[in-house]
Write a protein that binds this ligand. Structure first.
Ligand SMILES: [Zn+2]
Length: 104
């Protein structure tokens, strides 16, 4: 008996604004190659331009990884969770171990 698994993965890429179109094509090529592995069937690619002012996203104050504030509206589902702790945005890896959103 076979089962189907929806594999969701996310990448972040930093691109230069003055070379955006070319670099997005390069990203598409990388995704094409990644999706052609034997056991994976590509079904969708979605790109979100991360904007700290208009979207619920930011960078952990310690590790600078991108996160979404899980306690605010409209969290971005493909980003790791983060929250404001003592005035700083922290990812789940850098929250105190006893914090309810800390990664255990
Ligand atoms: Zn962090």
């Amino acid at each position: 008996m076979k089962k189907n698994i929806l594999v969701i993965t996310a990448f972040i890429s930093e691109i230069e604004e003055n070379d955006e179109e070319k670099q997005i094509l390069e990203i598409d090529d990388l995704i094409d190659k990644f999706g052609k592995k034997d056991r994976l069937t590509w079904i969708q690619t979605r790109k979100i331009f991360l904007n700290k002012k208009s979207l619920n996203c930011g960078q952990c104050d310690i590790c600078k990884n991108w996160v979404t504030n899980i306690e605010k509206n409209d969290p971005i589902p493909y980003l790791p969770n983060g929250v404001i702790y003592k005035g700083k945005l922290l990812c789940d890896e850098h929250l105190p171990k006893n914090h309810k959103w800390a990664f255990n």
